[in-house]
Design a protein around this ligand. Structure first.
Ligand code: FE
Ligand code: ZN
Ligand code: FE
Length: 196
């Protein structure tokens, strides 16, 4: 395996990733609109700004290896985005759609983490230390974006189960008004539940 072969592999993956990031720049505004949870909307907008910077970083890496900044259609990202779109169409705006979007977005992040991991390793093998640093930065951002999505999913699950408990409380109100009054004075503001 010659350095030249490695170099070609590196540039090919660079082109694929460049196209993938550009597809994302186009798709993310639509995702932000489809999202309901405010934290999710903000996270998507943040990641859009990051993704634009990632595109620029890739252009810098093209410069470092002396190749033209040219994308090559990334079918993987296209497929992931198509699936994500289906989820949006199938659900109305709300928690279920948000969770479906998060699931799709996390697949996207993992796809990117894999691509940047390989790109960084190739850059290391090719002794392109400036490129290694740029690629590592992006890889770290993708990982942070992934963790943030997990966090938001957890808050959505929590608020969904709180809402379900409130609903149960209301049902109890109707059935046993006297007992519920006692429960309320004890459990107010907290998540503590009394035995039934
Ligand atoms: Fe990215
Ligand atoms: Zn691809
Ligand atoms: Fe990303």
């Amino acid at each position: 395996m010659t350095q030249e072969t490695l170099h070609e592999t590196f540039v090919a993956l660079l082109r694929d990733t460049y196209d993938a990031e550009k597809q994302l720049v186009k798709a993310l505004p639509k995702l932000a609109k489809a999202a309901d949870n405010e934290e999710l909307v903000e996270a998507i907008r943040n990641h859009l700004a990051e993704t634009e910077a990632q595109v620029t970083r890739l252009e810098e890496v093209f410069g470092i290896v002396g190749a033209p900044a040219k994308g090559k259609a990334c079918k993987g990202m296209k497929g992931l985005l198509e699936e994500g779109n289906e989820a949006i169409q199938e659900e109305d705006k709300g928690e279920l759609r948000d969770l479906a979007m998060i699931a799709g977005a996390q697949k996207v992040e993992h796809y990117e983490i894999a691509a940047y991991g390989t790109l960084r390793t190739l850059a290391e093998q090719l002794d392109l230390s400036d490129a290694v640093e740029l690629l590592q930065q992006t890889e770290d951002e993708e990982k942070a974006a992934d963790s943030k999505l997990t966090e938001i999913a957890m808050t959505i699950y929590e608020s969904a189960s709180d809402a379900e408990e409130d609903e149960e409380d209301e049902e109890e109100d109707e059935e046993q008004p006297a007992r519920t009054t006692a429960v309320k004075s004890r459990g107010e503001g907290g998540k503590t539940r009394t035995a039934r």
